[in-house]
Structure formats: C-alpha cells, structure tokens
Design a protein around this ligand. Structure first.
Ligand code: ATP
Length: 302
C-alpha cells in the first residue's frame, strides 16, 4: 500500500495479490474454510482518494479505468453503496472511533473484480489505513487488524505491511515472509469472473497432502525450478468445473514458455511466472494476440 498525501486529500494505492500456494485444509463448523496460503502483492493498483467533509456522510464514487483501453479491468458493475467493502470499512472505522466528520472517497478500479486478485479486500485495507490518517485517529495496526477481521478474510494481509506472507486460518492469521528475489508475472483474466463463495462450495477440502513448509523452503532456494514444481491451488479444479474460461486459460498457459503457471485465489485470473519483465512482456503480447481480454505484466511489490 502506498500513501500520497496532499493538502486537501490523501491518495492511497491499493495493490492486487496473487496466491502462489493455496491449500484448503478443512471446512469449519462456522461454514468458513481453514487455509494455508502464500500471497504476494503485485504492482497492479486500484487508486483511492480520500477527502474530508464536514457533514457526517461517507460517499463513494467509483470510476473504471479508461473504457477504451482494452486492458481496463473486466468487471461487473461495482456497487457504490453499503455493499462496497470501501463503504463498509469506512463506516466501521467511523463508528468504532466515534468520528463525527465524513469523507468523500473516489475509487479508480484497475484490479479486475471476481478474479481472485483481492481487489475488494485491498480497497478495504486502504480505506482503514487511509481514513486512520485522514481523520488523524492514530489507531494502531493491531486495532485496524481487528476491524479488518470483522470485514473479511484477506484484508489483514493487505494491512500487514509485508508484500509477501503466509496466511492461515480463514486467511486472517498473517505471517510476513521475505522473498529472496522479485518475481515477474503475466496475469490474464477471462471475460467472466467467479464468486468466491461458489468456488469454496464446490471444493473438497483436505484433497492435497502438500505442506506449505516445503513450498516455503523451495521459495528461499536460488532459482525458481523447485518452487514452481510445488505451486498449488486447491480451488483451481472447482473453478475450472464452474467456468470453462479458467480451463481454457490453463490450456493456453500450458503451451507457453513460462516457468510455471496457475490460477490465483478463487479465480478467474490466471498467472504465469516469467524470468524477467521482458519475458513477461513477450508472453503478454502473445496472449493479447490470441484475444485474451485482459492481460497485464506485473512484479512483486517491494
Ligand atoms: P478475493 O480474491 O478476495 O476473493 P475477488 O477478486 O475474487 O476477491 P473482488 O473483486 O474483491 O473479488 O469482489 C467480488 C465482489 O465483491 C464484486 O463482484 C463486487 O460486487 C463486490 N465488491 C464489494 N466491494 C468491492 C470493491 N471495492 N471492489 C470490487 N468489488 C467489490
């Protein structure tokens, strides 16, 4: 998350994430699932601009990145009311801290939605951190993390301050991790998305016996060979069953000279690991020429 303060407003850049490893450990009695996942933030950002207003209202304006740009985020209409995680995060912090003033928030979407790239969660984290600064509340990270846990599972990762982490529990138990080197990606998203609850409903927990410890050890070794052999996403099979476009992307990536590839989160975005930005650019050009609607190159945030 990057902060750009100015006299009248505060701009926050909210990154997307990719899941390098995602194991669904078990279904819990509360209906959620226990996970073991390694997430890394990448340099594809939504922009949020926060302006203080004297009236108590929280208002949200959403604008999609340039519609004529063929690489604008493919997305269903984004809600501007209380269903938007930005509004929910703002109202929760306002009530929790007893703030009387309001805020005008502008959200510029670049992260595709329903893509498993954590766009809504990152926007919510940016809102908690941004309004904490704008309203000069001085709340600690732990306090914001507690609020984040009430709003959703991945928000803690984006608040955590580390660009890569192992997340456990529902995803809210965040253990920061240092990557020995930056990773380069090509990320693609088909024309349709998937709902996270629908994908979890169709997954069978406990299918893979892979241990995140082995993946973490491979991640620390020089070279990417061992790590890419251990890439895992237990949500990919159910996502492919629910959406043919995910299977289509897997088949396309399997024919491309990438180092490794898999779906991110609950999909439908799909990523390839590349050796350099130049390599990622060449793969991206190829996917675009094949008509894949949204293709971006990215790298891990530092
Ligand atoms: P995750 O990787 O956390 O599962 P996702 O990328 O699959 O997330 P999002 O794009 O974050 O999914 O959001 C999914 C749905 O949530 C959207 O279809 C939209 O209706 C709703 N939503 C609420 N707030 C936001 C937001 N700020 N940005 C995008 N979608 C939002």
């Amino acid at each position: 998350m990057l902060f750009q303060p100015s006299i009248r407003s505060l701009t926050v850049l909210a990154p997307a994430k990719l899941n390098l490893f995602l194991r669904v450990v078990r279904r819990r009695v509360d209906g959620f699932h226990d996970l073991e996942t390694v997430m890394t933030a990448i340099n594809i950002f939504d922009t949020l601009v926060f302006e203080p207003v004297e009236s108590p209202e929280i208002t949200l304006r959403v604008s999609m990145c340039a519609p004529r740009n063929r690489n604008s985020a493919p997305t269903d209409p984004i809600p501007t009311g209380p269903e938007n995680l930005v509004v929910r995060a703002a109202l929760l912090l306002k009530e929790h801290a007893g703030v009387t003033q309001g805020a005008q928030i502008t959200l510029i979407k670049r992260i595709p939605s329903a893509a498993g790239m954590g766009g809504g969660s990152s926007d919510a984290a940016a809102t908690l951190a941004g309004l904490n600064r704008l309203w000069k509340l001085g709340r600690s990270r732990d306090e914001l993390l507690e609020l984040a846990g009430r709003l959703g599972s991945d928000i803690g990762f984006f608040l955590g301050g580390s660009s890569t982490a192992v997340c456990r529990g529902r995803g809210e138990l965040v253990e920061p991790l240092q990557l020995p080197m930056g990773l380069h990606f090509v990320v693609a998203r088909p024309s349709s998305g998937l709902s996270t609850p629908a994908v979890f409903k169709h997954c069978q927990p406990g299918q893979s016996d892979r241990d995140v410890g082995e993946f973490l050890a491979a991640l620390q070794r020089p070279g990417l060979g061992q790590m890419v052999r251990l890439l895992l996403n237990d949500l990919q099979s159910p996502a492919e069953r629910l959406n043919d476009q995910v299977r289509d992307l897997r088949e396309r990536f399997a024919k491309l000279p990438v180092i490794g590839h898999q779906m991110s989160g609950s999909g439908t975005s799909y990523f390839g690991i590349c050796s350099s930005a130049r390599h990622a650019g060449a793969i991206a050009s190829r996917l675009r020429s094949e008509g894949v609607p949204w293709v971006q190159i990215a790298r891990t945030c530092v």
